[in-house]
Ligand binder design. Structure first.
Ligand SMILES: NC(=O)c1ccc[n+]([C@@H]2O[C@H](COP(=O)([O-])OP(=O)(O)OC[C@H]3O[C@@H](n4cnc5c(N)ncnc54)[C@H](OP(=O)(O)O)[C@@H]3O)[C@@H](O)[C@H]2O)c1
Length: 246
């Protein structure tokens, strides 16, 4: 699944799923740019992986444009965008959720993906390319006591935007696909996996009998940006040990 000659931006590439994706893309020969808010952590990951790090806050349009411009300045083209950055909010029932908290999640998990796609697309339209949106099982179905409505809404919207962008940009030879992870072991889920009982409960939710690893998702992302999936666009793929089938 060689990505030789391709230039990729991976948002949220400093940690977790994004970092694992950057590692795998680099091993496949891509020129990889990772971006995230915390510059120190980003540069440390970039050094470790031998990729480029351009810091920026996805909530700021000017930061997003700067990351894309710096990528173009350094590599001269852009072929791949992985819309992966995201946050999981402090959980609360909807009737106890402040509008401020709601807006913060939508700003990062949904409007942030709009900002990156908007900045990247004009450059990708020149040569064609691939976008992968990282949604969640929470965007596919409802889970009892999940209590993260803005998160679920942002992820459901990303699923629908995948289909919308796939249809709109196919004429430019840009394919747009989406992965929906179940519970993956990263900083985001660490607070929910601290005790043996929590972990056992999380494992038992997944028919395959284990929690996901970042590379489980990264390999699916790699498939969607490689030529092996050249006839696939608008696909929504659960990568979740079977949890969404229940
Ligand atoms: N882990 C799971 O179980 C799971 C399940 C389903 C879906 N997902 C989705 O998968 C994606 C990656 O999740 P993960 O578990 O790998 O998360 P993670 O380990 O918490 O990493 C999140 C990444 O997003 C970046 N980010 C957060 N806020 C940002 C902002 N304002 N501007 C720029 N970058 C920002 C972080 O950068 P900083 O280091 O600068 O904060 C970090 O690189 C997310 O979209 C998440 O919703 C995860």
């Amino acid at each position: 699944m060689s990505l030789s000659g391709k230039v990729a931006i991976i948002t949220g590439g400093s940690r977790g799923i994004g970092k694992s994706t950057a590692k795998i893309f680099a091993a496949e020969g891509a020129s990889v740019v990772i971006t995230a808010k915390n510059s120190e952590r980003l540069q440390s990951s970039a050094r470790e992986l031998g990729v480029t790090g351009f810091a920026g806050d996805i909530r700021k349009g000017t930061d997003v444009e700067t990351v894309v411009r710096k990528t173009l300045d350094k590599f001269g083209r852009l072929d791949i965008l992985v819309n992966n950055a995201g946050i999981f909010p402090e959980v609360s029932p909807l009737h106890e959720t402040s509008e401020e908290k709601w807006n913060e999640v939508i700003d990062i998990n949904l409007t942030g993906q709009f900002r990156f796609a908007k900045a990247a697309l004009p450059h990708m339209m020149k040569n064609g390319g691939g976008i992968v949106n990282v949604s969640s099982d929470a965007g596919l179905k409802s889970f009892e006591n999940f209590e993260a409505d803005a998160y679920s809404a942002s992820k459901a919207a990303l699923i629908h935007l995948t289909r919308t962008w796939a249809v709109e940009y196919a004429r430019y030879k840009i394919r747009v696909n989406c992965v929906c992870p179940g519970i993956v072991e990263t900083d985001m889920t660490e607070p929910f996996l601290r005790t043996e009982a929590d972990r056992a409960m999380a494992i038992s939710e997944h028919p395959i009998g284990r929690i996901g690893l970042p590379e489980d998702v990264a390999h699916a992302i790699l498939y969607f940006v490689s030529e092996r999936s050249s006839w696939i666009t608008g696909a929504i793929l659960p990568v979740d040990g079977g949890i969404s089938t229940k």
